[in-house]
Design a protein. Structure first.
Length: 250
């Protein structure tokens, strides 16, 4: 059903970036013929679908730009498997209130108890609600900080990290870092202080942090800042991975 007017409509949708209307114009017109909606209903439907498309594209973009290694959802976290995380704690961290108060969150515990799952789940939920989120592993973060001056891509990534409302730093304490690297890391933390909520996952208790980061004074100063407005959740128990391991031999 191509006529002059429809061609012009297509042209307008291009200029206004009305992607849905452009691709569905024929469907919309047929539907209007068939169902004879009121003018207001018809306009409402077209605009609603356009707004929904834009919003979901924005969510998808925020999730993509957060650099999650994979997607995990809070809804898939099985509390019955993990008896050290209580429902009220999960509710509190899922509510995202703490982001508006610029609180931090630290998830501690051995491998496989769901630290990364929870942090990505929180990150995806926050991105869906409109917050700017970045995910980075500690190893990658140190690499980014060290190469910021010489690598534009890394500098851009760090700029986004600095602008984020929520920064997830996964696997703090897994690999040893040098005093210079620790200095860069703590400098970043102080830049973000009171501006960005930081979620840290670590397999090391705080008592082991000075050893890991080298300089106890630097660690204490940084911890003091992070912990000032912070919830700490200690996860324990069996590794979900080991318990649900699929064996090739059986
Ligand atoms: P960690 O970061 O603590 O080492 P992960 O979050 O990577 O652990 O969890 C390991 C795997 O087990 C992931 O695939 C994760 O989705 C799954 N997992 C861990 N705990 C749970 C849980 N309570 N409910 C559902 N899946 C879980
Ligand atoms: Mg992990």
């Amino acid at each position: 059903m191509i006529n002059k007017k429809n061609e012009e409509i297509i042209e307008f949708t291009r200029k206004l970036h009305l992607v849905k209307l452009r691709s569905k114009l024929d469907d919309y017109l047929e539907k209007a013929q068939r169902e004879n909606p009121s003018h207001a209903d018809f306009l409402h439907m077209i605009l609603r679908e356009e707004v929904e498309r834009k919003e979901s594209a924005a969510i998808e973009r925020r999730i993509r730009e957060a650099y999650f290694p994979y997607r995990k959802y809070l809804e898939d976290f099985d509390l019955s498997f993990n008896d050290t995380l209580e429902q009220h704690q999960l509710d509190r961290i899922s509510s995202l209130d703490w982001l508006d108060k610029v609180f931090n969150l630290i998830l501690l515990g051995p491998p496989g108890v769901g630290k990364t799952h929870l942090s990505i789940g929180i990150g995806i939920k926050a991105a869906t609600k409109g917050y700017t989120v970045s995910y980075v592993s500690m190893k990658e973060l140190v690499q980014l900080l060290k190469t910021e001056e010489i690598n534009i891509k890394n500098r851009n990534r760090l700029n986004r990290i600095r602008k984020s409302q929520l920064l997830l730093i996964d696997e703090v304490g897994y690999l040893p870092i040098s005093p210079v690297e620790a200095g860069l890391f703590f400098h970043l933390l102080s830049e973000l202080h009171e501006k960005t909520s930081i979620l840290i996952t670590s397999n090391k208790g705080f008592d082991q942090w000075p050893e890991f980061f080298g300089d106890p004074d630097v660690v204490l100063a940084a911890l003091d800042r992070i912990l000032y407005h912070c919830d700490i959740i200690q996860l324990d128990g069996k590794s979900y991975r080991l318990e649900h391991r699929e064996s090739l031999l059986n």
